[in-house]
Every structure is written in C-alpha cells, then in structure tokens.
Design a protein around this ligand. Structure first.
Ligand code: COS
Length: 379
C-alpha cells in the first residue's frame, strides 16, 4: 500500500493549491461579503481544465480520475468552498448522471456544453422533498417524442447561472422511486425559469436558486437510462459525489487549521505566543489528527472508485466524517483566535460558516448514518 501521491497527482495538487493561494484567498472575503459568483476565477479554472475535470478526455474535458477530482476540490475549498461548490456542482454532481447513464450521443450533447464553458446544475431537491428524495413531485408526462415537465426544484447550486441541468421527475408519484426519470435539460427551453439567489449563511460565492418548470418540453432523446431508472441513477450519482463533498470538507478544515496554527504563533498572551501553552497545543493536535484522518478516508473512497471496487459505504462514511470534521475544526479555529475569530477581520469565521452546509447538502449527516447503518445491517 502506497499512501504517496504519484507525480501527476502531486502536480495537479500543487497547481490547484497555487491557484487557491494566488487567485482565491486574496479575493474570497469580498466575494463572500458581496455574494458574488467569481466569473473571472471560474474562467481561469476552466483554462486550467479543472471546470471539466469530470468530463472524459474523449469528450474534450480534462478527464481526471476520481482521486484527482477530489484533490482539486480539496485545494480549491481550502481557498473558498463557494467556488469549490460551483465547480463540483457542475462538472461532478450535475454531470455524474450523464457519466453513470448516458449514451454516447447524450454524452456528446451534455459534455460539449461544459467544454464550451457553461455551468451545469443538478435538480433533485424540491420545496417538499429533501432527505426523502423518492417523494419528489415534479411531473414528467410523455407527449409524442417529448416529455412535458412541471414542478419546482429548490436549493439548486448553479441554478441561476447554469446553461444545462440534470433533472429528476416522476411519471406517477404512486410508483414511488420506480416512477422517477432522469433528464438532461437546456436552460433556454421555453417554460424554464429560475428564482432569486438564496441569501445564504455560507458558500456565498456560489449561486443557489429555485429552478421552475412550467410545461417544459424536453426531447425524449434527453431521457437518461430508461423510464423509472432515475432514482437509481440519482443514488449512484450521490455515491460518487459524496466523496467529493468529503474532500471539500477537508479543504475547509485544512484552511481553518493553517490559519489557527499561524495565528497561535503570532498572538502573545501572558508574555508568550499562545502556541506555547499546552491548552492551545492540544487543540491544534486534535485539529491536525481530524484533518488527516478525514483526508485518508476520502482518498481511500476515491481510490476504490478508480479501482472499480465498491464505494457506497465508504462514500457515506467519508462524507459524514469529513463534514463533521470541517465543522469541528472550523469551530476550534475560531476558538484559537478568541474574540478576533468572531469578527470579519480574520478569515476563520468564514470557514466556520462555510463548514455548516457540508453537514447538510448531498445528504445530511443523519442520512449518511442511515446509509451506513443500512449497509451494516444488510451485511
Ligand atoms: N446505488 C444503487 N441503488 C441504490 C442505492 C445506491 N447507492 N441506494 C438505494 N438504491 C436502490 C435500492 O436498492 C432500491 O432499489 P429496489 O427497490 O430495486 O430494491 C431503491 O434504490 C430504493 O432504495 P431505498 O428503499 O433505500 O430508498 P429510500 O427512499 O428509503 O431512500 C435514501 C434512501 C434516504 C438513502 C435516499 O433518499 C437519499 O439518499 N436521500 C438523501 C437525498 C440527498 O442526498 N439529497 C441531496 C440532494 S443534492 S444537494
């Protein structure tokens, strides 16, 4: 077993880390305060190939493997989790149903949009359906060689800025998960509109809106898989993308930890730097242990994904554990800063706010534990 990154993986990590240091960290407080999607940074990430890291090379993307995708997301999130969310929600979460279930023609259609610089959004959650994904209400009705979609999707990352979406809708709610279909939908289809951006606690440089479907006609050629396969496509997508949220969480934790470590050596109390006190050293040691264990878990999950080994259980564990770690480590970072950590003068309050959503989106901490326990009990 070799825990070291190979030369290519290390090069990708260093490139993403440099980008975060030079192009994200100096600006992300302003993006956060002004609730701004950083289009210039997204363009530069596109030029580096990171905005198409989930698009296979044969379709014009940079086609990184799962481990490298997760490494990129960690390093970008160390700078700004909002920007990491924009990237991951587009080239990974929204594109994963295509990766999982699309035909060659469908892949060409969807991936070319991302290669051209458009963003994508994943439309699953609804005002009345969050954790209970199978209870979604958006309807799809077959009409000739199209489907007509009606319904409202909630909390969609990139909702207002995407050019293309993957969308889940039901043919008949009484069929439960067996009635759900997955579609690729063009933003410019008549009847499709978006809501106002949510004013969020964290990841404020990302765009989150409702996406509303009113008699939206989608070609039958845009159905992913077969009718009724949408829920399984969705679950397989979330299995993939939860490992990415784990790496995003590690990025937040790493960023908060680095700030706390540095500050503890600069801040003097009782005549010496606070890092000289065991009380602070123990906090730093715990933070470092948690970051390292969470990183190992997401890397093992991604390595299993790349090796074609089972990863549903690991993915839920990595997401659940790393999200909790992000929250704990960011909280500890605020503690090390004391009163200053509670102000916007220092960056740790932003890590603290950004961390919270990691325990909520792409399946709450409680849903992950349901998945983990369910798998344990199934044997
Ligand atoms: N891969 C493939 N198939 C899966 C699967 C997986 N990981 N998980 C479940 N399935 C299948 C099951 O095998 C079952 O199929 P059969 O009926 O053919 O046996 C079907 O899907 C339904 O499974 P289950 O009964 O477990 O579904 P539930 O409705 O109980 O929901 C949870 C399961 C709670 C895990 C699911 O709704 C979920 O993940 N919720 C969270 C949603 C979420 O993450 N939202 C965030 C959106 S992105 S911000």
């Amino acid at each position: 077993m070799d825990f070291r990154l190979n030369e290519e993986q290390e090069m990708i990590r260093v490139t993403a880390r440099d980008f975060a240091d030079k192009e994200i960290i100096p600006y992300c407080i302003e993006w956060d305060e002004t609730h701004t999607l950083p289009r210039d940074a997204i363009k530069k990430l596109h030029e580096l190939g990171f905005m198409t890291c989930g698009v296979p090379e044969e379709y014009g993307g940079s086609g990184l493997d799962h481990l490298c995708q997760a490494i990129v997301v960690e390093e970008i999130a160390r700078g700004d989790a909002g920007l990491a969310t924009t990237l991951a929600a587009s080239t990974l979460l929204a594109a994963d149903p295509v990766y999982v279930a699309a035909t060659h023609e469908q892949k060409k259609w969807f991936y070319s949009r991302l290669v051209d610089g458009e963003l994508a959004g994943f439309c699953l959650t609804e005002p009345g359906s969050g954790s209970d994904a199978a209870s979604l209400s958006t309807r799809c009705v077959k009409d000739g060689d199209s489907y007509i979609l009606n319904g409202t999707k909630q909390f969609i990352s990139n909702g207002g800025v995407a050019g293309v979406y993957t969308v889940f809708a039901t043919m008949d709610k009484s069929l439960g998960h067996k009635g759900i279909c997955a579609f690729m939908v063009d933003r410019n289809t008549p009847g499709l509109s978006v809501g106002a951006p949510e004013n969020k606690l964290g990841i404020r440089s990302s765009n989150t809106t409702q996406v509303i479907f009113e008699d939206v006609r989608v070609p039958a050629a845009n159905l992913l898989g077969k009718e009724g396969e949408g829920f399984k496509i969705c679950m397989k997508t979330l299995d993939l993308s939860r490992a990415v949220i784990a790496s995003m969480s590690v990025g937040i934790a790493q960023g908060a930890f680095e700030c706390a470590l540095k500050y503890s050596q600069e801040r003097n109390q009782f005549g010496k730097p606070i890092s000289k006190f065991q009380a602070i050293q123990f906090i730093l040691a715990d933070m470092a242990m948690k970051v390292e264990t969470a990183r190992l878990l997401y890397m093992k999950t991604a390595a299993n994904q790349d090796a074609g080994l089972p990863f549903t259980q690991l993915s839920a564990m990595a997401k659940c554990y790393a999200a909790d770690v992000a929250m704990q480590v960011a909280t500890d970072a605020v503690q090390v800063y004391g009163g200053y950590g509670f102000t916007k003068e220092y960056p740790v309050e932003k890590y603290f706010r950004d961390a919270k959503i990691m325990q909520i989106f792409e399946g709450t901490a409680q849903i992950q534990r349901i998945v983990i326990a369910g798998n344990l009990l199934k044997g």
